[in-house]
Ligand binder design. Structure first.
Ligand SMILES: [Zn+2]
Length: 308
C-alpha cells in the first residue's frame, strides 16, 4: 500500500555508503532535489522512509566521486546492482593492478603501484560471534577503521611490516599453512550477532591461533617485521541492545520503515522499532535505492520475542 507523504519534511534521498570515521559509524546520503552529498552520524539516526515503486537505483560510488569532484566519471543511475558500468570497469582495472602483486617479481611491477605498497601494514587475526576467525591485513594507519568496517568482535594485531607486499606474503602463508581463511560471509556475521558465542571462548580461540601464527611467521624466513601482539575489542558489540536481538523480518529495500539506530557492528545495525523491539538488519539492503523520507509509519511486523 502506498502511503502519501505530504509534510514539509519530505525528501527524496539515496543512502550510498556506511562509513567509519573517527571510530564512529556514519552514512553517506545523496539528496536528489538539492543534489548534495552529506555524511551523517548513524547512532540515533532515524530511518523513516518508504520505497517507491518502481524501484530506482543509483551507483553507490557517486557520493565519493562527488566529494572528489569526479562525479562525471559515474553514470549515476543503474538498472540493477549497486554500481554503474563505468565504476565497475574502474574498480576492475584497479583490482587487476593490485591482484597478486605480492607474488610477482618486483621488477615487473610499475613504480606507481610499488610506491602505493610502500607503507606500514599490520597483519591481524580477527574473530566473529559465530566462532569464525580470519587472517587479514590493513595499512597501519587505518587498522581500527578496517576492523570496525568488517564487524570483527575481537582481534589480535600480530605484526607490522614495512610494506604492503611482505604483509600479503605472510597472510597467504598463514592461510596455506594453518587453513585460516581471509574472508567471513555476511551470513556468518549476522548469525553470530543473533546467537553469539560466549565472549571468553572467542578470545581463547584467538589466543591459541596467535601462538600458531607466530610459529608460522618464525619459520617463514621473513625478518623485516615488528611484533605487536596487542588485542582489540569492538566496543559496539558489547552494548546491551544486542542482547536477545532478532532479525528485522522484512527487507529494508521494500515497503515502509520507521526505526532509530542504536548501534552498528560492521554494516549491521541494531534498530529500535516503533513496536519497542530492538531488531537487527543489514544496512547494505537499503544502499543505492531511492527512498522517500518524512514522517512515515512503518509497515507492521510480526516477531516473536526471544525468551532466552
Ligand atoms: Zn558509478
Amino acid at each position: 500500500m502506498k502511503k502519501i507523504v505530504n509534510d514539509s519534511s519530505y525528501r527524496k534521498i539515496t543512502y550510498l555508503k556506511v562509513l567509519w570515521r573517527n571510530n564512529q559509524p556514519h552514512i553517506q546520503i545523496y539528496d536528489h532535489d538539492a543534489e548534495t552529498v552529506t555524511t551523517q552520524s548513524l547512532i540515533g539516526y532515524d530511518f523513516s522512509y518508504q520505497v517507491p515503486t518502481p524501484l530506482e537505483r543509483m551507483c553507490v560510488n557517486y557520493g565519493d566521486l562527488f566529494e572528489d569532484e569526479k562525479q562525471n566519471r559515474c553514470e549515476k543511475l543503474v538498472k540493477s546492482g549497486k554500481k554503474c558500468g563505468s565504476c565497475i570497469r574502474e574498480d576492475n582495472i584497479f583490482a587487476a593492478q593490485f591482484h597478486n602483486v605480492h607474488t610477482k617479481d618486483r621488477s615487473s611491477i610499475s613504480q606507481k603501484i610499488l610506491k602505493r605498497m610502500q607503507k606500514e601494514n599490520i597483519l591481524y587475526i580477527a574473530g566473529f560471534f559465530d566462532g569464525s576467525t580470519k587472517v587479514g591485513t590493513s595499512a597501519s594507519t587505518r587498522i581500527h577503521t578496517r576492523l570496525l568496517e568488517q564487524g570483527a568482535i575481537h582481534a589480535v594485531l600480530v605484526v607490522e611490516t614495512p610494506d604492503g607486499i611482505t604483509v600479503r606474503l605472510l597472510e597467504d602463508l598463514i592461510t596455506e599453512e594453518l587453513g585460516i581463511g581471509q574472508a567471513i560471509s555476511i551470513r556468518k556475521k549476522i548469525d553470530g550477532l543473533l546467537n553469539p558465542l560466549v565472549r571468553d571462548s572467542l578470545q581463547k580461540e584467538l589466543k591459541i591461533l596467535l601462538g600458531k601464527v607466530k610459529d608460522c611467521i618464525l619459520t617463514s624466513g621473513i625478518t623485516e617485521i615488528t611484533e605487536i601482539a596487542t588485542t582489540w575489542d569492538n566496543e559496539y558489540s558489547t552494548e546491551t541492545c544486542w542482547e536477545k536481538i532478532q532479525k528485522y523480518p522484512i527487507s529494508l529495500s521494500t515497503g515502509s520503515h520507521d526505526m532509530k539506530v542504536r548501534s552498528v557492528v560492521g554494516r549491521i545495525a541494531a534498530l529500535n522499532h516503533s513496536s519497542g523491539m530492538t531488531l537487527l538488519a543489514d544496512l547494505d539492503e537499503l544502499l543505492g535505492i531511492s527512498v522517500e523520507t518524512g514522517k512515515i509509519t512503518g509497515d507492521e511486523i510480526s516477531v516473536q520475542a526471544k525468551l532466552f
